[in-house]
Design a protein around this ligand. Structure first.
Ligand code: PMP
Length: 285
């Protein structure tokens, strides 16, 4: 099977019409999402994703009407029913369906939808590295919440796409500081120190980022500094890479046309990717 979806308790075909026109997710972007990767029929780091999902819902005051056990079981079911071994699962929870007014309606029954698709990690990007462009970070000030409002990210990714780059590196104009990628967290290595933006309202606390900082970097004895840096500082880095569920650890070999380091995937980046793969093997194989 190629893909399978789920909507409010029933498995459906992805192209089946189910969402009401007045779903607040559809009209306001009033909802949250998570995206996980399935390796060998098992969802990697699901607990971390579920924890972040609950936090996003709490921050947006969307009632949490699912137990983690239920969400876990739906993930297992969709993997089993779709018969997909390696792929990605996207799920979103929107506040509810109600006549369109901005404030929350009195009766809120959230909608859960999920899609499982076959998809492979871009191992070619990991081997050769990718090109990135800079893009002004025009998003709202709660980038820590994984909401389905992604227009700032969409415009930045499109900008990268039009420049034949694979990722956009976002920077805040007011501070001249890099925040993250359009769909990833950004890291640099300079003088054998790993740098990344600290956790606050300007970035998403990526699951892959957390795994790298909590497990992979300590294993390699790599010093880490969680501090924001400028695009100019980033251009002087020895290595640069992004992390995300779907890109794992992917090297950046040029930014705005300027070569980073030697213009090939860096040694530290490669070691971190290997350490990440060991964790995936341990959990999913
Ligand atoms: N930042 C943004 C803006 C993202 O969209 C993503 C991917 N969802 C990430 C960071 C990386 O998060 P994760 O490692 O949990 O996939």
């Amino acid at each position: 099977m190629k893909e399978l979806s789920f909507f409010d308790g029933t498995f459906i075909q992805t192209n089946e019409k189910k969402v009401c026109i007045e779903d607040r997710g559809y009209q306001f972007g009033d909802g949250i999402y998570e995206a996980t990767h399935v390796y060998n029929g098992k969802c990697f780091a699901l607990e971390r994703h579920l924890k972040r999902c609950r936090r996003s819902m709490r921050e947006l005051r969307i009632p949490i009407t699912y137990m983690d056990e239920e969400l876990r079981a739906i993930h297992e079911d969709i993997i089993q029913k779709s018969q997909i071994k390696d792929g990605s699962i996207y799920f979103q929870i929107t506040r509810c369906t109600a006549p369109r007014v901005h404030y929350f309606p009195e009766k809120v029954i959230p909608h859960l939808s999920m899609t499982m698709r076959q998809s492979d990690i871009h191992s070619d990007w990991q081997e050769t590295g990718i090109h990135a462009v800079l893009s002004e970070d025009i998003r709202w000030l709660r980038c820590d919440i994984k909401t389905i409002n992604l227009l700032g990210n969409v415009l930045a990714k499109q900008h990268a796409h039009e420049k034949d780059a694979q990722e956009a590196v976002l920077f805040r104009k007011e501070t001249n500081l890099i925040t993250e990628g359009s769909s990833s967290n950004l890291f640099i290595v300079k003088d054998e120190v790993l740098w990344t933006h600290p956790i606050n309202n300007f970035i998403l606390k990526g699951v892959t980022r957390s795994i790298l900082l909590e497990e992979c970097a300590p294993q390699l004895g790599l010093p880490v500094v969680e501090k924001a840096f400028s695009p100019q500082f980033a251009l002087s880095a020895d290595e640069m890479f992004v992390t995300s569920t779907s890109m794992e650890v992917t090297p950046i070999i040029s930014l705005e046309g300027t070569t980073i380091g030697k213009g090939t995937p860096g040694k530290v980046t490669q070691k971190l990717l290997q350490a990440y793969h060991v964790l995936v093997k341990k959990e999913c194989y």
